[in-house]
Design a protein around this ligand. Structure first.
Ligand code: 4NP
Length: 166
């Protein structure tokens, strides 16, 4: 069976996208469908290459029973557009940056993550890096809603919704 290949993307790959990867793994595991997915995360920059997620992100995730300590930061590469079906951006700035580096014909794979949670009332997961711990909890609230929405979308429509034009 072909798997859904999902790449979560933010700026630094140490706060939002690692939490999104962890939250999506968790909801897919809870629904018994984790085996249907290949999941990874990456950042637009390589400032934190090889580092584990920010300690505040790890702590916020741990409070919800999500372990993201084993993740390692890396930069998005153009090959990622071959290796993944969907590239899920945390904010509008990430979308603009991804559009710049997407190979010809691959832009349709870029999605705004919070489009899968239209009820939350915002389209960007705010960057918590320069703020306090509360920012991480808020980001995770938004991320968990979108993770559930994305999973529902993919399991409802099967592989079709990761295809061009879907
Ligand atoms: P993230 O947060 O994009 O959610 O991982 C950031 C982490 C680090 C930096 C920026 C944003 N930085 O500039 O180092």
């Amino acid at each position: 069976m072909t798997k859904h290949r999902l790449l979560f993307v933010c700026l630094g790959n140490i706060c939002r996208s690692p939490m999104a990867e962890g939250a999506f793994r968790r909801v897919a595991e809870e629904e018994g469908v984790l085996h249907l997915f290949e999941i990874d995360s990456a950042g637009m920059g390589d400032w934190h290459k090889g580092q584990a997620p920010d300690r505040r992100a790890q702590a916020a995730a741990r409070k919800r029973g999500i372990d993201i300590s084993g993740q390692s930061a890396r930069k998005v590469e153009s090959e990622d557009f071959d290796d993944f079906d969907l590239v899920l951006a945390m904010d509008g700035s990430n979308i603009a940056d991804l559009m710049e580096i997407a190979p010809h014909g691959a832009r349709h794979k870029i999605r705004r993550f919070l489009d899968y949670a239209p009820h939350v009332g915002t389209r960007d997961v705010p960057d918590p890096y320069y703020g306090g711990a509360g920012g991480f909890d808020h980001a995770l609230d938004l991320i968990e809603e979108a993770a559930r929405g994305l999973l529902a979308d993919l399991t409802k429509t099967g592989k079709a919704s990761t295809k061009k034009g879907a």
